[in-house]
Every structure is written in C-alpha cells, then in structure tokens.
Write a protein that binds this ligand. Structure first.
Ligand code: MRU
Length: 347
C-alpha cells in the first residue's frame, strides 16, 4: 500500500538485515527498525514493534532464514522465535514454511519470500471476496488494526474496505481505539487517512452504542487464531462487539487467511490467550507535540492490573469468515470446505 504516495511494505529483507516499520512510533513518527539477529527479530515481535498475526508469521519466517544465512543452528533459533507471542498461530505457519526448506539458506530465504508473497496475495483475495459485503456508503465497525501494517499488503478486515473505496463505494469506518496498545487510534486511523477512506475514531466503550443506534451496517474484524470449529481469537474486545452485533441483528464477519486457522485446536478454549504486562493497562502511551513518546500513569501506585491481549468469540456469533478462497460459514464444515478449495486450487 502507499505511504505518502510511495509503495511501502511493513517488513522487508535487505543484505544488511531485516527492516521493518516500527509500529510503536506511529502515527507521530515513521521510523524504520532493523533486525540483524534472531534475538532482534524476537524482541521486535515481543515488544510489538511488528505486530498483527500474518505479519508476525512473515517476520518470524525471515528471522529463521536470517539464522540460516548467518550459519547459526536452526533449532534454537526456531524455539526462540516460537516463544515470542503465544496466540497468533501464523507465527508457526511462517516458521514451518521456512523450516521446510532447511538446511539450505538460499532455499530458506526463497521460502520466506514465498510465504510473504502468498500472505500478501491472500490479503488481496480477501479484499476481493469481502467486497460482496459492501454497498454504497456501507458503515463498518472494526477493532484493532487488521490493515496492511498487520499483513504486508491490503490487510484482512481492512482489505474489503480498501477494495470498496477503490470501487467508489465510499465506505465509512468506525475505528475502535483498542486499549491498551491503541492499535485502532494509532494505526488504523493512520492507514485509512493514507488511503483517504472516511472514518471516525470511537472510544472502545462506544462500539455497542453505535451498533444499538443502527449506525453500523457491518462489523468486520481480523483474527489471530481460528479453531477447527470456527471459534475465533482476536484482539480483546472483539467478543463484546460480536455480542452487541448479535443483539441488534448486525452482521459480524471475521477476515483471515487460512494460515490463521489451527485445525489442531478443536475449539476456542484450546487457544492460548497471551497475558501481557499490567503496565500496558496502568499507563497510556502517546507522543507529545515534538513527537517524543511519553507514558502517563492512569491508576494509583500499587493498583493491580490484568491484561489479556485477546479474547475468543464463539462461532455461533459469527456470520461468516472472509478467506482467500471465499466467504465460508463459521462452522467445522465451512473450515474443511475452505481447505478443500485451496487444495483444489493448488492441485
Ligand atoms: O496484539 P496485536 O496488535 O498483534 O493484535 C492484532 C490483532 O488482534 C489483529 O486483529 C489480528 O492479528 C489480525 S491482523 C490482520
């Protein structure tokens, strides 16, 4: 996607290391980070300089290829990267796609690039299939950031929005701020502004209010892991939006590539939920007018805080899942149908 008119990706391989947009500095600063070791890559994922399920998988794949290029033992590198964040299954999709090409480092880099390109192509296909959910002026409510910053290109939940905008359908997006890391207010608004898509930022707690008032036509979110029965783990706060959507008869769709589906997890309760540092809840991070990042405490010293990063939306609340092989029902059969379609396409 374009930033200031220039084609930009969120992660890219160079001879001098893996470069990435440091998403912690956005929207105030457009900073490029570089990872020159497996440890650098792991820390970029843990600190959420690079985040979003598909992009975590892409970067982890490049991280394993980097280990091979540096002649380092692969298993410790794999284990270090695999123990960064526990919920997004894409992490292992990327690692396993690259490990399958081991031990030849050139072949592993080709596999990392191939995985990267396949995720970007899947995102565009999600956009194309998701376009059928839009009419002129569709009002979408989204949560977190599931745009190109989280994938490499197009995004997942935002991909149909970009396709609708480019088709002249003038979509409008309600962007949830997404405490505590503010992916909505910092990243989704920034992306939509780059693309000139009309949007408004709302407090997280206002989502059900706009759904109740009939001002939302469609709720569309991403996913970090989809179980075999189509229960979906995504950014914490997704479940309550699904409940509000069901209560008021508003369609609730999840957009995700097949690399986000974990057929090894029978249902949502088998998905590990990342617990992040209490400090993320006890403080608010932002930047002052000079762009300097600042942290403001929002609770008394000694306050206990709990910080689950994701929650699980049961499949019964999901209208459908937008994948690169089409929109499928949120059922075990729908999931199996999606993998059949992919197998048929890949022969
Ligand atoms: O903690 P994050 O920012 O990595 O969480 C990201 C999300 O929950 C996204 O909705 C999901 O990864 C899909 S990104 C296309």
């Amino acid at each position: 996607m374009k930033v200031a008119g220039r084609e930009t990706r969120a992660v890219w391989w160079t001879a001098d290391g893996i470069r990435f947009i440091d998403q912690r500095a956005l929207p105030q600063r457009f900073e490029i980070g570089v990872a020159r070791s497996v440890e650098d890559v792991a820390r970029a994922i843990e600190a959420m300089a690079v985040r979003g399920a598909p992009l975590i998988g892409v970067l982890a794949g490049y991280g394993l290829a980097l280990a091979a290029a540096r002649g380092e033992p692969l298993e410790p590198a794999y284990q270090r990267l695999a123990h960064t964040r526990p919920t997004a299954i894409n992490l292992w999709s990327g690692l396993d796609a690259v490990r399958a090409a081991a031990p030849d480092s050139a072949a592993m880099l080709r596999a990392a690039r191939g995985f990267d390109a396949a995720e970007a192509a899947a995102a565009e296909a999600i956009g194309t299939h998701g376009l059928s959910l839009f009419h002129h002026g569709t009002r979408v409510l989204t949560h977190c950031n599931a745009g190109w910053l989280a994938v490499q290109d197009w995004g997942t939940a935002l991909a149909p929005v970009y396709k609708a905008a480019r088709a002249g359908l003038e979509p409008f997006v309600y962007v949830s701020e997404t405490r505590p890391r503010l992916q909505g207010s910092r990243l989704t608004t920034w992306e939509l502004a780059q693309e000139g898509v009309a949007h408004a930022l709302i407090a997280d707690n206002a989502a059900a209010h706009f759904i109740q008032r009939g001002e939302v036509d469609l709720v569309l979110t991403g996913a970090d892991r989809i179980a075999a029965n189509a229960d979906v783990a995504n950014k914490v706060g997704t479940y309550m939006r699904a409940l509000a959507a069901r209560e008021h008869g508003v369609a609730f769709y999840v957009a995700a590539p097949l690399t986000t589906i974990d057929r090894g997890a029978p249902s949502g309760e088998h998905i590990p939920i990342e617990q992040r540092a209490p400090a993320e809840v006890l403080n608010v991070e932002g930047a002052d007018d000079s762009g300097t990042l600042a942290r403001v405490r929002v609770a008394p010293e000694g306050t206990t805080a709990l910080n689950p990063a994701f929650d699980v939306t049961p499949h019964r609340l999901i209208t459908g899942i937008v994948t690169e092989v089409g929109i499928i029902p949120a059922t075990r059969e729908g999931i199996e149908e999606a993998f059949r379609r992919r197998a048929q396409r890949h022969g």
